[in-house]
Design a protein around this ligand. Structure first.
Ligand code: NAD
Length: 322
């Protein structure tokens, strides 16, 4: 039986990844500083601890795993990463985790590690036109991410690549683009746009309005979590050593995203665009390289994922109001 270590297993994507690995009959050890917020982890062993602590990291390698998925990061949506208030924490905490884990994993002769990078590494200059963002993998350099979160991800991509070059551990790197779905944070300040919009719509009275940050013409694409996990496993099991986008190519404006959620809810709501942190003007996945490397790319429609996510968030909202 394969032994797999999932770091960040208490988070949104980690919770889903552990579930999928358990369906495939692996033995899974999950690690996080917190337990999953909205479900019980399916991991065989769930270890609570801080991956910034090198002694704690070492203790995880009493039996070396066959594979590691490194998803732990100090992370959030626009309200967390674009305000500037958390930049030192984001850089320090996430970089320390990656430095610690790579050292321990390579010393323990772990053959392969997966690292979750982000679309936030792409240069701001390529994302100024909301209708034509350019996020092809090779455009990452010369680098100019629009957030410190993006800079840390880019630094860590390079860190993983140097360990692959010099320390004998193979690295697989994905650049995730806005992953959403049930079991994701939907309030409290770290939530991302789809979950935040689902919550606002679920909480709104019929005939009322919801607030959307920015003028609403900024564009993004959103990938449902099941397809993110599928892409992650396919990449991990491939020979591809370069970073790959894992995202959807179905680009929408944020106002359009809100309109779709409103329509799913069946409510009559207006959109009120207000000042708020928004990030780049446009971002979309480009899936040419993943198609070329893996012969696969995500293809589920945004609406299908939004229906499941809205159903889950509105259930959570009505439970918390009950
Ligand atoms: P998440 O915040 O739900 O999960 C990250 C987990 O890491 C959290 O449970 C957190 O407690 C844990 N963690 C943070 N610091 C830790 C520490 N010092 N020790 C132990 N655990 C620690 O985020 P997610 O949405 O599941 O994202 C997973 C990964 O994918 C992250 O690295 C994130 O940067 C990356 N990513 C996510 C998205 C997205 O849209 N969700 C997009 C791009 C990249």
């Amino acid at each position: 039986m394969k032994r797999i270590l999932v770091l960040g297993a208490g988070g949104f994507i980690g919770t889903h990844l552990v579930l999928r690995l358990k369906e495939e009959d692996a033995w899974v050890r999950g690690v996080d500083i917190k337990v999953p917020e909205f479900s019980t982890s399916a991991a065989d062993d769930f270890v609570l601890g801080d991956l910034r602590d090198q002694v704690f990291c070492r203790s995880l390698f009493d039996h070396a795993p066959d594979e590691i998925y490194q998803l732990a990061a100090d992370m959030g949506g626009a309200g967390f990463i674009f305000t500037g208030e958390h930049d030192a924490d984001i850089m320090h905490n996430s970089a320390t985790v990656n430095l610690n884990i790579l050292d321990c994993a390579s010393e323990a002769d772990v053959p392969r590690i997966f690292y979750s990078s982000s679309a936030c590494i792409y240069p701001e200059r390529n994302q100024e036109d909301p209708d034509n963002p350019d996020c092809r993998e090779h455009t990452a350099y010369p680098a100019d991410p629009d957030s410190e979160y993006g800079w840390e991800k880019l630094f860590s991509e390079r860190l993983y690549q140097t360990y692959a070059k010099n320390r004998g551990i193979e690295a697989r790197i994905a650049r995730y683009h806005n992953i959403f779905g049930p079991l994701g944070t939907y309030d409290g300040g770290r939530e991302k746009a789809p979950a935040a919009i689902c919550r606002k719509v679920a909480e709104a009275e019929n005939g009322g309005s919801i607030e959307i940050w920015g003028d609403g013409t900024q564009t993004r694409s959103f990938l449902y979590v099941d397809e993110c996990i599928e892409g992650t496993l396919r990449l991990m099991r491939s020979d591809c050593t370069v970073p790959l986008n894992i995202g959807s190519e179905e680009m929408v404006t944020i106002n359009n995203l809100a309109k779709r959620v409103i329509s799913i809810s069946g409510k009559d709501l207006r959109i009120s665009n207000i000042d708020g942190p928004t990030g780049v003007r446009g971002r979309n996945s480009n899936n040419d390289l993943i198609m070329q490397e893996l012969g696969w790319a995500p293809n589920q429609t945004l609406d299908a994922g939004l229906r499941d996510t809205y159903a889950w968030v509105s259930r959570m909202v009505s439970h918390s109001n009950a």
